[in-house]
Design a protein around this ligand. Structure first.
Ligand code: FES
Length: 250
């Protein structure tokens, strides 16, 4: 390593041929404006075309470039190489997910869980809220109520950081809960009760032990931990009401 270069220590793995993950080192230029993703793309373009990783926007928007850098989940397009000088920089796939190849992980568990919280606007039962020709205006205050939770880019950093998900993959997880909150707080939505049924189950919010790592690593400041704490109260009230009140009065 020289002052104008830095070593990337990258986890390589091909489940079809390799016995297990192993390290491979690459030397890349250390430029002030280069992100970790720029370093990986340098390797891919100039040194070793077999290295596999995901990326698309390079602007912290698409959520596809998440990896564990020095053990911490990060968007590699928003993480500067110079922060790790003089190196080496350890780059691994996001923790808690099966590895498909090198730095690419399998997200199908999240894809299966997400629809359970119905992350879309659910209209009123009498359909008065779902007429296609009706305009649903919101005040700036109504928009602000859920704006923070609409910033999620599904990057999965929160799942990689969550020790509960690591131990219990049944846990529905931080992003799915934050996205439930995004729709529950939307003035146009009437689906809260359906989501509370899902989130109040054993693999819902009660699995969380409030470690708070999800909120710390979120690149968009979505704060899933706060949503989870509010849902604990809401699901508890929902369960009590279900016992005490007839369906129409809940
Ligand atoms: Fe899109 Fe990093 S490449 S978020």
């Amino acid at each position: 390593t020289s002052a104008d270069s830095i070593q990337l220590r990258v986890s390589r793995y091909r489940p079809d041929t390799d016995a297990g993950p192993h390290w491979q080192e690459y030397e890349v230029p250390l430029r002030k404006e280069w992100t970790v993703l720029d370093g990986l793309n340098h390797v891919k373009n100039e040194v070793d075309t077999t290295l596999s990783f995901r990326w698309s926007c390079r602007m912290g928007i698409c959520g596809s470039c998440g990896m564990n850098i020095e053990g911490e989940p990060k968007l590699t397009c928003a993480t500067f190489l110079s922060d790790y000088a003089p190196g080496p920089v350890t780059i691994e796939p996001l923790a808690n997910f099966p590895v498909i190849r090198d730095l690419v992980v399998d997200l199908s568990d999240f894809m299966a869980k997400l629809p359970r919280v119905k992350p879309w606007i659910i209209g009123a039962e009498d359909h008065s809220q779902v007429e296609p020709d009706v305009e649903f205006l919101q005040t700036p205050g109504q928009l602000d109520a859920y704006r923070q939770f609409s910033m999620c880019i599904n990057c999965m950093l929160c799942y990689a950081a969550c020790p509960v998900y690591g131990l219990d993959p049944e846990f529905i997880g931080p992003a799915a809960i934050a996205l439930a909150e995004r729709y529950d707080l939307d003035s146009r939505d009437h689906g809260t009760s359906q989501r509370l049924d899902v989130l109040g189950a054993h693999d819902g919010v009660w699995a969380c032990t409030f470690v708070g790592e999800c909120t710390k690593v979120c690149p968009k400041h979505v704060d899933p931990a706060s949503a989870i704490q509010r849902y604990k109260l809401k699901t508890a009230l929902h369960t009590v009401k279900a016992f005490l009140l007839p369906r129409g009065a809940r």
